[in-house]
Design a protein around this ligand. Structure first.
Ligand code: PRX
Length: 651
């Protein structure tokens, strides 16, 4: 409730900028028209977008087949995502784009590469041929575990070209996490690199692949990009250098004519219980969703240099570094490393040097920059910027204002975009030409998206009350399922309200019907814009030989949004203390990845439980946040636990 109240106090409104609206891809008239059409018939709206923004080999017969909770979009249509991102920019009236930059890449050490659409097309074809020669057939899964280098985008597009669904595993995940994801997806081939640069150092990736593959019997081939040049063991018969593999590969490869519902990719994300969920996205609907939203929300023009700072290992990178951007024929900038290397002004330096016009980043990054001081952005010419975006977590109004003032020079519209791995593309967002913004609000649903806020019993909640964020009608980019687990798909998203999608976020609306997202309602933590399940961290901690029991919760953190707090009961006879805490942190980093390392570890001899033995995380959250009063304790089995927990040692 605190959050609802504080947000309600936000009264500042920023009018959509008139100069901007004149030249926008979607002007006010179109926005009004699309809103009307989308409200009346989302199917007709999306069909219009699919015709306008996507190229099809064969038109679809039926726009939507909806057998809740399973949707099929553009049934019978045939297309290819890599054709849409590449080939169509080399033909007809767009042929001039052949020598336009598709990818502008900058490595952390300062090395750069620019790939034009023509070059990217050739590289993608070459690598698609390598995949084929390695025995990858349409439908086979390919795992990508790579740094942010052009080869990652090339690999994505090559997979899409031949219809081999990719599963990108973020390069910050551990060998264990990689192994689980490879096995769950049943991948056949892995693409990786010797390493990538982070904080000025080469950071090895290949050893984690070797370790993971000890438990992945189905992997027949590993292709390794030479990026850092560090010493790398290659297993003969299995491992191949990328540069050797592509050397003799043909630069011609016809795009496969794929069914609109052909799987495009699997991307793993955290859930409340058990292992991560393999979120499945398919071809025609997803491409329509990301292409249209990118065009309308980021207002992409041929003159733009667009930069989204997300790693391709997350959904934001899939949809708005690669697919949605290239499909529009726009230039996408990719940066390999950390935002503060070699100095705290690296991002602003990149914006100035490349003349970035549209910039899309996460609130956690913005908060970091606020803390680092205004002198860093102010030391650079940021006048090329014309539009700013945020994604991944709620942005606090003060960070929004700083972004507006210091980065946007008060002239750039800010699009605060709400969406999820599951939604595939942006769902709730301002449109730069036609939606006034309020700091901290994602504003209104995109046309054709039917979002609402519901009560526990499935009734729409009247503004300004809060409730569960739901999507009432299917949308083209929606997940088609959880890989290999239709039961979990139904249970997670469709069991609360049956035919309505439960997003898992709390939200409320104000008197203008603007949405204010309040964060997760389940046990998923949002750490620096990345979802981590409490359950995953708990399983990792409990897997340690010295631990009897553990409960993990999030507490608010100024910088990362949420910080992980682990309450740990050591096994009898084990000494709790700094030593064990360090051991556990390292253990979690190894099992999941450094991002999941608990900020605080609190040792306790007991956890608060209900009579039926369920851990009361709600109480732990209050204690972790340092609240004096905790919520309702009537179901608590043993009250003395609370006092003992408060006294629990903090390390
Ligand atoms: O809680 C919401 C938050 O991020 C979650 C989705 O995380 P993920 O699937 O990793 O995708 C992140 C990038 C799309 C949501 O359930 N979230 C995302 N965007 C916003 C947000 N919360 C508030 N405002 C946003 N703009």
């Amino acid at each position: 409730m605190d959050q609802i109240e504080s947000l309600l106090k936000e009264k500042r409104v920023f009018k959509a900028n008139r100069d901007f609206t004149k030249n926008a891809n979607w002007n006010r008239k179109q926005i009004a028209e699309y809103r009307k059409l989308g409200a009346k018939s989302p199917e007709r709206f999306w069909a219009k977008m699919a015709r306008n923004d996507v190229s099809w080999f064969t038109p679809w017969k039926k726009t939507l087949q909806w057998k809740p909770p399973f949707a099929k979009w553009f049934v019978g249509g045939k297309l290819n995502v890599s054709y849409n991102c590449l080939d169509r920019h080399l033909e007809g009236e767009n042929a001039w784009r052949r020598n336009k930059a598709a990818i502008v890449w900058e490595g952390e050490p300062g090395d750069t590469r620019v790939l034009t659409f023509g070059e990217l097309h050739r590289e993608v074809c070459r690598f698609a041929n390598v995949l084929k020669e390695s025995g990858v057939r349409k439908g086979d899964r390919v795992a990508l575990y790579m740094p942010m280098i052009p080869e990652l985008a090339i690999a994505l597009l090559a997979c899409a070209r031949i219809g081999a669904p990719h599963s990108v595993v973020f390069g910050g995940f551990s060998a264990e996490a990689l192994r689980d994801r490879i096995n769950d997806a049943g991948a056949k081939l892995v693409v990786t690199a010797d390493g990538g640069f982070r904080r000025g150092e080469p950071h090895a990736l290949k050893p984690a692949v070797d370790e993971a593959l000890e438990g992945c019997p189905d992997i027949e081939r590993v292709i390794v990009v030479k990026r850092t040049g560090q010493a790398t063991a290659m297993k003969s018969g299995r491992d191949l250098w990328w540069h050797d593999a592509v050397q003799n590969a043909s630069a011609k490869c016809a795009p496969a004519r794929l069914d609109s519902e052909h799987p495009l990719f699997i991307l793993y994300t955290s859930g409340t219980t058990g292992k991560p969920k393999g979120i499945l996205h398919t071809t025609g609907g997803y491409l329509t969703h990301v292409t249209t939203t990118a065009k309308a929300i980021f207002d992409l023009k041929d003159s733009d240099t667009y930069w989204c700072t997300a790693d391709i290992g997350w959904i934001t990178g899939h949809s708005y570094v690669v697919y949605g951007i290239l499909a529009n024929g726009a230039t996408t900038l990719m940066y390999e490393g950390t935002p503060t290397h070699p100095g705290p002004d690296r991002f602003w330096d990149i914006i100035e040097r490349w003349g970035v016009t549209v910039f899309y980043t996460a609130p956690t990054a913005i908060r970091t920059f606020v803390r680092l001081g205004d002198e860093h952005p102010k030391g650079h010419d940021l006048s090329s910027l014309r539009l700013l975006g945020t994604v991944g977590e709620p942005i606090n109004p003060e960070a929004w204002m700083w972004y507006h003032r210091v980065i946007g020079g008060r002239r750039c519209p800010i699009v605060d975009t709400w969406w999820q791995t599951e939604t595939g593309g942006i769902m709730i967002t301002p449109l730069p030409a036609g939606v006034d913004t309020k700091p901290g609000s994602a504003t209104l649903p995109f046309p054709g998206v039917h979002a609402d806020v519901w009560s526990e019993d499935g009734q729409p909640v009247k503004p300004p009350n809060g409730g569960f964020l739901v999507i009432e009608k299917p949308w083209p980019g929606m997940l088609r399922g959880i890989w290999g687990d239709p039961k979990r798909f139904r249970e997670t998203y469709w069991s609360k309200y049956r035919e309505t999608y439960l997003a898992g976020d709390g939200a409320h609306r104000d008197s203008d019907r603007y949405f204010w997202i309040m964060g997760r309602i389940d046990d998923v933590m949002n750490i620096s814009g990345h979802r981590i399940g409490t359950m995953e961290v708990e399983s990792a901690i409990v897997a340690h030989a010295k631990v009897a029991e553990s409960a993990v919760v999030g507490r608010p953190d100024e910088l990362t949004g949420t910080a992980i707090v682990a309450f740990v009961t050591p096994k009898g006879g084990v000494a709790a203390g700094d030593g064990l805490a360090q051991e556990l942190r390292a253990h979690v980093a190894k099992q999941i990845g450094p991002i999941a390392k608990p900020a605080d570890i609190r040792f306790t001899d007991a956890l608060p439980k209900t009579r039926s033995g369920k851990i009361m995380r709600r109480l732990l959250r209050d204690i972790a946040a340092g609240k004096e009063e905790v919520g309702d304790t009537t179901t608590l089995e043993d009250y003395s636990v609370l006092t003992r927990l408060r006294e629990s040692q903090e390390t």
